[in-house]
Design a protein. Structure first.
Length: 127
C-alpha cells in the first residue's frame, strides 16, 4: 500500500459554485466521478480535487455538517470564502486510491473530513 499526504491550496468560484483544492504539481490526467474531478500527476499521485456544485456536493459528501454552515441541504457560500487550509492523504490499495481530504475554515472549530475511493487512472505507473 502506497501512502501520500500533502497540503492543498484552495480556490472557490462563486459564479460556478466550484471548489478546487490543488497541490503545486502539474496534472497530467483527470477522472470525473459525478461532481468530483480528481487530477493525477504522471506518476498516478493525486494533485487536485475539483468539486462542482460544491455547496450541494460537499454537503452530501461530509458525514457531519456542523450547524451554522449550511442551509436547505447546501453549504453556505461564506464557508468557502473562509477556507484557511486543506489537507489530503491518499492510500493506494490494488487498483484504487482511497482519498481523504480535510477542509479547515473560519466557521469551523475542527476540520470537515471526506473519504472516497476512486479507481487508479489507467495510465498510472504507481501500483
Amino acid at each position: 500500500m502506497n501512502q501520500n499526504s500533502f497540503y492543498l491550496s484552495s480556490d472557490y468560484d462563486t459564479e460556478t459554485d466550484t471548489l478546487y483544492l490543488f497541490a503545486r504539481q502539474k496534472a497530467s490526467d483527470s477522472q470525473s466521478f459525478g461532481d468530483v474531478v480528481v487530477d493525477y500527476a504522471a506518476d498516478g499521485s493525486v494533485v487536485g480535487i475539483e468539486i462542482l456544485n460544491a455547496s450541494a456536493t460537499l454537503y452530501a459528501l461530509f458525514s457531519k455538517v456542523p450547524q451554522g454552515i449550511s442551509k436547505s441541504g447546501k453549504i453556505k457560500q461564506d464557508f468557502f470564502e473562509g477556507i484557511k487550509a486543506a489537507h489530503a492523504s491518499t492510500f493506494t490499495v490494488a487498483n484504487f486510491v482511497i482519498l481523504v481530504f480535510e477542509i479547515q475554515a473560519d466557521a469551523l472549530a475542527s476540520p470537515l473530513e471526506c473519504r472516497m475511493s476512486v479507481p487508479m487512472p489507467t495510465n498510472s505507473t504507481t501500483r
